[in-house]
Write a protein that binds this ligand. Structure first.
Ligand code: C2E
Ligand code: MG
Ligand code: MG
Ligand code: MG
Length: 288
């Protein structure tokens, strides 16, 4: 009897894997088509200064307008693209599209803050600086306009070659941000080896502010460390004024989250910039 239930368990498991594999293959095929059919687009989410309340950057976030399923979130298709290698084509498209959009905005006389683009670890090879340089050149965009968001998985690889590529990107004038900070495995000692300009505190630590003691301790530790390393610090996923106040008191530089704005279509982001939309910082903190 025991054996039979193990068997049925295995059967169930492999059936589930089969379903998943099929689902992945379907998404992969459709995603390839999506690239050709121009179903992909970028949304932009502002980053605001906790000193001035002004927009000082934005993150470009990939969206897929599926003909049947509507707007599909990257949480669904990025993992599939990572697995299949399609992320390389998607990543190239994102860089190209972001630069095209920056050029169009600059041509329309908007004063553009740096725009952040997410990079997969798989995009990170020795040809990356050259490839980005070509895209910048094609669209006549300055490297200072681009902020590259990378994740800790890249650092854990720890190779000298990764550091060399980062140095090259920095030398070109681009900023490097470490995304989802605190969710990976990089240690303090590790971090100082990499030429990172900005740390982004992961949303999972912001959620519990200011009530969860552990989250407060982690946020405080991250901000203190970033200050020591002279890195700029951005908090992700800020949704409430209480979270904002806590982070501002800690000395966090920027905020990104629904409190100020969700990711929005390009035209809406341009409107926010043009109107000079600002974050309501509330009453000024007493200066000690
Ligand atoms: P991420 O780079 O950490 O991006 C931030 C995510 O947090 C975005 O989800 C954003 O919509 C969400 N977010 C921002 N503020 C809030 C908030 O206040 N509350 C909540 N609940 N969520 C908030 P999104 O757009 O679904 O993207 C998910 C992930 O997909 C990104 O996480 C990134 O890892 C990946 N991704 C998106 N676009 C690209 C891309 O072009 N290339 C690559 N390689 N990955 C991408
Ligand atoms: Mg990001
Ligand atoms: Mg992030
Ligand atoms: Mg995150």
């Amino acid at each position: 009897k025991a054996i039979r239930s193990i068997e049925s368990g295995l059967l169930f498991y492999s059936e589930e894997m089969n379903q998943r594999a099929k689902e992945h293959m379907r998404i992969e095929g459709e995603l390839r088509q999506a690239l050709l059919n121009q179903e992909l687009l970028l949304y932009y989410q502002p980053k605001v200064s906790l000193r001035s309340g002004r927009i000082v950057g934005a993150e470009a976030l990939l969206r897929w307008r599926h003909p049947v399923r509507g707007l599909v979130s990257p949480g669904v298709f990025i993992p599939v693209a990572e697995e299949t290698g399609l992320i390389l084509d998607l990543g190239s498209w994102v860089l190209e599209e972001a630069c095209r959009q920056i050029r169009a905005w600059q041509d329309a006389n908007l004063i553009m803050p740096p725009i952040a683009v997410n990079l997969s670890a798989r995009q990170f090879d020795s040809k990356l600086p050259q490839r980005i340089a070509a895209v910048l050149e094609r669209h006549q965009v300055q490297p200072e306009q681009i902020n590259l968001e990378i994740t800790e998985s890249l650092l854990v690889r720890g190779a000298e070659s990764v550091i060399a590529i980062m140095n090259e990107l920095r030398a070109m004038g681009m900023r490097l941000s470490l995304d989802d900070f605190g969710t990976g495995y990089s240690s303090l000692a590790y971090l100082k080896k990499f030429p990172i300009s900005t740390l982004k505190i992961d949303r999972s630590f912001v959620i519990g502010l200011p009530d969860e003691e552990n989250d407060c301790a982690i946020a405080r530790a991250i901000v203190t460390m970033a200050q020591q390393l002279r890195q700029e610090i951005v908090a992700e996923g800020v949704e409430t004024p209480e979270q904002m106040n806590f982070l501002r008191e800690l000395g966090c530089d920027q905020l990104q989250g629904y409190l100020f704005s969700q990711p929005v279509p390009a035209a809406d982001f341009a409107t926010m910039l043009r109107d000079g939309k600002r974050l309501a910082l509330g009453a000024r903190l007493p200066t000690p």
